[in-house]
Each structure stands twice: as structure tokens, then as C-alpha cells.
Design a binder for this molecule. Structure first.
Ligand SMILES: Cc1ncc(C[n+]2csc(CCOP(=O)(O)OP(=O)(O)O)c2C)c(N)n1
Ligand SMILES: [Mg+2]
Length: 559
């Protein structure tokens, strides 16, 4: 064999060896497949392209035009599928844009595996363009873990670790920064796939102690929080409430509904301020809070944290929420497992008189107001409400009116944000609707989004259009930041600038993203638009001009 031929043979062998050697890219996609993470929410840049190259046919890329939308779409998708979701952001720039909704995902306790591209390892020291400087500091404190693998070969195992951390209670987002030159590097082979638990059971001694207090209580009250809906067991919550014959409240501004609002024991949502909240619970000797923090207050309205003579028990799966509780004794447990245990430990009460059912005032003025009030607009909408519809809500000043006309009666049917960071719900509705499309549930998503709130993640309309998702955006247009005006009255801060929003045209905005959109001013127009939207094979935006109203931020509770 000549020298040249020998060299050629050697080079061919080396090429074959290289081909046979799995790359970090291949090992990662293999792992994502095994973990069921085949939907990737992202917005691409040059630092992500080596990961996205030759995008496999069995994966779906869901493009968000701005990263706040990307993260919230993934959050909604994760919540609606009850599985972690995968996100790919553009280095520090994309992470910066995404930050508000990463903060919200952390408070929602949604398991998100957020990856971001990073500059080439070889150059990072010199900080070239697009370097994600101090990459693990940027997303903190709103991620459970932030990491950049020390070697390219660790990328798949780091994703596995991210998955394990994100999904254990309390679930939450994790962040991985991955240099762009890692993807073509040789891998160590397929990553080890591991499973972890997503619930933990209560300590038997402590739950017995709690059960004893509940048995001895004369007049207990239940406060149900989002963790019950997340733990997937409304039935246990209903059974326990009926066994106890106690009134049931929702925790203040809970981001999920955990009990049928039409149940005779349901008493509404607790006020979001210290004094009014404790007034509402007056007369009870034991307050049992399941699956919520103590409490999610908003404006400072002083008063007692608890009514006189009352004791509080909190059951939560989040040690941070247990630690931060301002009053009460706490027990760590998954809501479903705790409720199942309590059903066994607390016998059915036969004698306690049931609470008087909540009186809901649904009266409407005749003739109707012009423009309609939010109350009248939601009443019109609710006449055509499909039983299976999912409600997503970011309409800060209109929550009470909306929930009055749209009582939640089924699990996994109400979603909002735990944080109050505007710009979560419009894109989350897209992720929730995508989940419905994938499962073929046929459930429509109705997203009620304030005219101010819509502007924060308005690009998500584009994703709903492109994926032909059944999202019906209902935008109550008051041309103002109404809730901030209510806050200004409560705080006695007159003449705050920029609380009016003249000149917003949300119908034209939606059309710019290709979203069919209509202005509905009367009850008849609202019903016509809603009926048409329910039949459409894609999203619709219905803008409803509504009247300005002077309402108190926190409704007074009678003494
Ligand atoms: C990201 C973000 N920026 C600013 C705020 C402050 N903020 C809270 S409510 C609100 C106004 C919301 O207006 P709109 O959606 O029109 O609802 P309305 O109060 O009119 O019902 C603003 C600006 C916030 N919560 N989040
Ligand atoms: Mg408004």
C-alpha cells in the first residue's frame, strides 16, 4: 500500500469513528425524547442555532416573538399537561426579557427547564458580543437552580438534573446556560434517565395532632389554595369539607380554583388585606388552610392577623411558605395526600349546622348602561359559556365581577398568575390552548385580559394565530389602569400621572398579528361575537368598551 493510500485509509477510519461517536447534540435530543420534552418553547438567536440545527421532525418548536411570552406559554402548557416544559432562550438578552415571567413561574411553582445559549467557551474570557456574564446570577433568585456545565460532556446529565430539581415539590423553574460550541462535542453516551417523586406524604404524628385539633374544634373554617387543584384531587377536598360541614373559602387571589364555586358550602374568596381578611373569618375557632401561603396580602390594611380566639393550621408542600407564614402552625405535605389522611382521621360531623349559602347578586340594570359596566359585559358573555371552557384571567380591577358571572365548577378550569406581574396570562392562555389541541380535549380557552395588561405580552397573539389555537381573548376596554386608581384612593396618593391610556386600539393591534378581532359594544354584539369565536378554528379577540367605575380596592367587611 502506498503512503498516500495508507493515510487515506486512516483518515476514513477516523471519520467513521467520529460518526459513530454520539455528540452532545444527539445525546441531548435522545434524553429530551425519553423525558417527553418534545415541545420546545423559544425565541432563537445565534447562540442557540447550534442546538436547533437539523431540528428533529418529532419535535415541535413553538416560537414566541418576545421571551416573556415564550416563558409564560411554556408555563401554561406545563400546568395544563401536568408535566415539566422545556424553554430555549437567547443568552442574557432573552433571559432579561423573560425575567418577569420566570419570576411568575417560580411563584406559580411550575416546573420549567429553561435553557439559554452562551458564547463559545474559547472566547468567553474576553467577553465577546452576546456573552451571558455571570450567567448563573442573572435569573436568581427566581429559579431553583442555575448552572453552566463545566464541560460540554455534562450537558445531557445537567438537563437530567435540571428536570429532577424542577419537578420535585415545590416545583419551579431551573436555568441552564449552554455554550454554543458544546453541541458538536463528543458525548459520554446516552444520559442516565432517572425518576423522582413529585409528592410527599405528611408526617403521621403531626397530621394526627392536626386531626385532633380539627376534631376538637367547635366551628372550623376551611381555606383552600391553588395546591389542591395542582395536586389533582378536588374530590378529596369536597369530601373533607362535607365531612366537616364547614364553610370553604378560597385563599386570597389564588391562581387556581380548587373547589366548585357553586357548592352550597362555598363562601367566596378571602379579602386581600390583613384587617378585612380576619374580619371575614370572625366567629371561627380554627382556620384550616390547605395549599396556600398565609396569606397573599396586597394593600396594607391593618388589623388583627386572626380573629380573636382563633387558631390557624397550614398544610403546604412548600417549606418556604411554611417558614414565611405570619401566624399559625404548619405541616409539610402534598395537598391530596394530606386531605386523604384527614378524611380518615376526622370522623364525619353529624350535628354541626351547615353554613348559609353565599348570596350572589347577579341583578342587572335596565336599561343597560352605555357603555356597559364590566358586570354587564361578563353577564352577557356567561350566557353562552360552554361548561368545559377554561378561564384565564388578567383583568385586575374586574376580578370580582368576572368571577361572579363565571363560577368555576370543574378542576383545571381557572388559571391566573401567582405574582401579579402583568403579561403572564395572555401567553399562558396560548400554552394552555396548545395543550388542549394536543390532547384533543376540545376545551375552549377564554382569556379575559385588561386593555393595559394585554400590552405586556401582546406578541403572544401571533403564536395563537400560527398554531390555530382556540383562544378567545376578551378585552374589557376602560382606557385606564383602573386598579391603580383604586389603589391611589386607598393610599391617599392623588395626582399620580399615567393612569389613563387614551388612544389604544386593541382591535387593530390584534389584526396586525393576523388575529380576527371585533369591537362589541352591546349585549347582542358580545353574544354574537362570542358565538362566532367559539366556532372559529383559531383565536379571536373581542374588545368590549366598558365604563369607568369608582370601586373600592378592598370591599369593606361589615363589623
Ligand atoms: C409587569 C408589571 N408592570 C406594572 C404593573 C403595575 N400594574 C398593576 S395593575 C396595572 C394596571 C392594569 O391595567 P388593565 O389591564 O387595563 O386593568 P384594569 O386595572 O383597567 O382593570 C398595572 C400597570 C404590574 N403589576 N406588572
Ligand atoms: Mg384597563
Amino acid at each position: 500500500m502506498s503512503k498516500e493510500t495508507q493515510t487515506e485509509v486512516l483518515e476514513t477510519r477516523r471519520d467513521e469513528q467520529h460518526e459513530a461517536q454520539m455528540t452532545v447534540w444527539e445525546a441531548t435530543y435522545n434524553l429530551l425524547r425519553k423525558l417527553g420534552l418534545t415541545t420546545i418553547f423559544g425565541n432563537p438567536g445565534s447562540t442557540e442555532q447550534p442546538f436547533l440545527k437539523n431540528f428533529p421532525k418529532d419535535f415541535q418548536y413553538v416560537l414566541g416573538l418576545q421571551e416573556a411570552s415564550v416563558v409564560a406559554m411554556a408555563d401554561g402548557f406545563s400546568q395544563a399537561t401536568n408535566k415539566p416544559a422545556f424553554v430555549n432562550l437567547h443568552t442574557s438578552a432573552g433571559t432579561g426579557n423573560a425575567m418577569c415571567n420566570i419570576m411568575t413561574a417560580f411563584q406559580n411553582k411550575t416546573p420549567l427547564i429553561i435553557t439559554a445559549g452562551q458564547q463559545t467557551r474559547e472566547m468567553i474570557l474576553g467577553e465577546p458580543l452576546l456573552t451571558n456574564r455571570d450567567e448563573t446570577t442573572l435569573p436568581r433568585p427566581w429559579v431553583k437552580w442555575a448552572y453552566q456545565p463545566v464541560r460540554a460532556q455534562d450537558v445531557p446529565a445537567a438537563i437530567m438534573r435540571a428536570y429532577a430539581i424542577a419537578s420535585q415539590p415545590p416545583a419551579g423553574p431551573v436555568y441552564l446556560s449552554i455554550p454554543l460550541d458544546d453541541w458538536d462535542q463528543p458525548a459520554l453516551g446516552d444520559a442516565v434517565v432517572r425518576t423522582v417523586s413529585s409528592r410527599y406524604a405528611p408526617d403521621p404524628d403531626r397530621i394526627s395532632l392536626f386531626a385532633e385539633k380539627i376534631r376538637k374544634s367547635k366551628n372550623p373554617v376551611l381555606v383552600y389554595g391553588q395546591e389542591i387543584d395542582r395536586s389533582g384531587d378536588w374530590d378529596a377536598g369536597i369530601k373533607f369539607a362535607e365531612q366537616l360541614r364547614a364553610p370553604v373559602f378560597f385563599a386570597p387571589v389564588a391562581e387556581r380554583a380548587s373547589f366548585p364555586e357553586t357548592h352550597p358550602q362555598f363562601q367566596g374568596m378571602l379579602p386581600i388585606a390583613i384587617g378585612p381578611l380576619s374580619k371575614r373569618l370572625r366567629g371561627h375557632d380554627l382556620i384550616i388552610v390547605i395549599g396556600a401561603q398565609i396569606f397573599r396580602y396586597y394593600p396594607f390594611v391593618p388589623g388583627d392577623y386572626l380573629p380573636t380566639g382563633a387558631e390557624l393550621l397550614q398544610i403546604t408542600s412548600d417549606p418556604a411558605d411554611a417558614g414565611a407564614a405570619v401566624v399559625g402552625d404548619s405541616l409539610l405535605a402534598d395537598a391530596k395526600l394530606a386531605l386523604e389522611a384527614l378524611i380518615q382521621l376526622v370522623p364525619k360531623n353529624q350535628t354541626r349546622s351547615l353554613p348559609a349559602p353565599l348570596r350572589v347578586d347577579n341583578k342587572l340594570p335596565s336599561p343597560p348602561n352605555n357603555p356597559l359596566t364590566a358586570n354587564e359585559a361578563f353577564a352577557a358573555l356567561s350566557e353562552l359559556r360552554p361548561d368545559s371552557a377554561i378561564l384565564v384571567q388578567e383583568s385586575p380591577s374586574n376580578i370580582d365581577d368576572l368571577l361572579r358571572h363565571w363560577p368555576i365548577t370543574q378542576p383545571e378550569s381557572y388559571f391566573t398568575y401567582a405574582s401579579g406581574g402583568l403579561g403572564w396570562n395572555a401567553p399562558a392562555a396560548v400554552g394552555i390552548a396548545l395543550a388542549q389541541k394536543k390532547t384533543g380535549s376540545g376545551r375552549a380557552v377564554v382569556a379575559v385580559i385588561g386593555d393595559g395588561s394585554l400590552q405586556y405580552s401582546v406578541q403572544s397573539l401571533y403564536s395563537a394565530v400560527q398554531h390555530k389555537l382556540k383562544v378567545i381573548y376578551v378585552v374589557p376596554c376602560n382606557g385606564e389602569y383602573a386598579i391603580l386608581k383604586e389603589f391611589a384612593v386607598l393610599e391617599k396618593t392623588p395626582n399620580v400621572p399615567a393612569l389613563d391610556l387614551p388612544g389604544l386600539d386593541v382591535v387593530s393591534t390584534a389584526k396586525g398579528f393576523g388575529c380576527p378581532s371585533v369591537l362589541a359594544r352591546t349585549k347582542a354584539e358580545i353574544k354574537e361575537a362570542f358565538a362566532k369565536a367559539l366556532k372559529a378554528d383559531g383565536p379571536t379577540l373581542i374588545a368590549i368598551p366598558i365604563a369607568h367605575q369608582d370601586r373600592p380596592l378592598v370591599a369593606p367587611v361589615a363589623d
